[in-house]
Ligand binder design. Sequence first.
Ligand code: NAP
Length: 265
Amino acid sequence: MDDSEAAAWAALSARRDGAGAALPAHPLTSLFARLFEPPTAPDGCIVIGRLAQTLDGRIAARNGQSQWIGGPGDMLHTHRLRALCHAVVVGAGTVKHDDPQLTTRLVEGPSPLRVVIDTERRLGTEYRVFAPGGPPTLLACAEDRPGGPTHGVAEVLSLPRCEMAGLRLPALLAALAARGITRIFVEGGGITVSRFLAQGLLDRLHLTVAPIILGSGKPAFALPEAQCIDDGIRAGWEVHRVGDDLLCDLALNRARPRICDGDAP
Ligand SMILES: NC(=O)c1ccc[n+]([C@@H]2O[C@H](COP(=O)([O-])OP(=O)(O)OC[C@H]3O[C@@H](n4cnc5c(N)ncnc54)[C@H](OP(=O)(O)O)[C@@H]3O)[C@@H](O)[C@H]2O)c1
């Protein structure tokens, strides 16, 4: 990290801690300063999604192996997002395949609250996010799933189901906001990011595109079938070079794919 990058990161970290000092002009500032703007959505949250995909839109091989699609710069970027946000959200598929810790290890800064979305409460308690010694974890599952109020060391949050699939994610954001947790980082996988997108809940999406062609594997996005190009979302973006990868910062501004409009969020 050169001096200007270190200065930009120090200023961003101070902003996370509540200091309002000016942020220096730097690509890091362009990438992260929006996290600190006042939320525009009525839920009071800023929600940022992130995925690393191949050129052909895959986030993992079919067997679930995804390490590593992005280069070291993408990993650093991911840890920076963890450090700047109050909560990091992942889906059950990611916990099952990667057994991640979801802590901030590559940068200085606090680890966020860990939120695992496991609608059917199928994950066992053997994963690291449910073990003692780490930051707190919330396990979000459907309110009709049986089980006690804890899962390993995680607190269980019971939420209504969404008509489309998974949980009603506005209810998750409301529960987090009630705890003062309003800067939310949705780290993956593709199904989880897609469900936030389908329910119109992403303010921004950081999509790292690596120069890899896989030709098969798990897709980055899974949405109802589009009938025409206008059914998709066309968003403004800024593109940053991160090592060999391209980091696309998309301004989704809570847009919903038109194809999802008919479904209740
Ligand atoms: N490249 C990247 O940026 C990146 C980031 C994160 C993860 N990944 C990779 O992406 C894959 C995971 O992503 P994803 O889109 O498949 O899922 P995900 O978004 O992580 O998790 C959501 C899905 O997990 C399902 N699921 C699958 N197996 C499960 C199990 N045994 N127990 C409970 N739930 C299970 C859930 O089903 P229900 O909701 O129906 O219960 C839900 O559909 C992994 O291979 C991971 O390595 C890549």
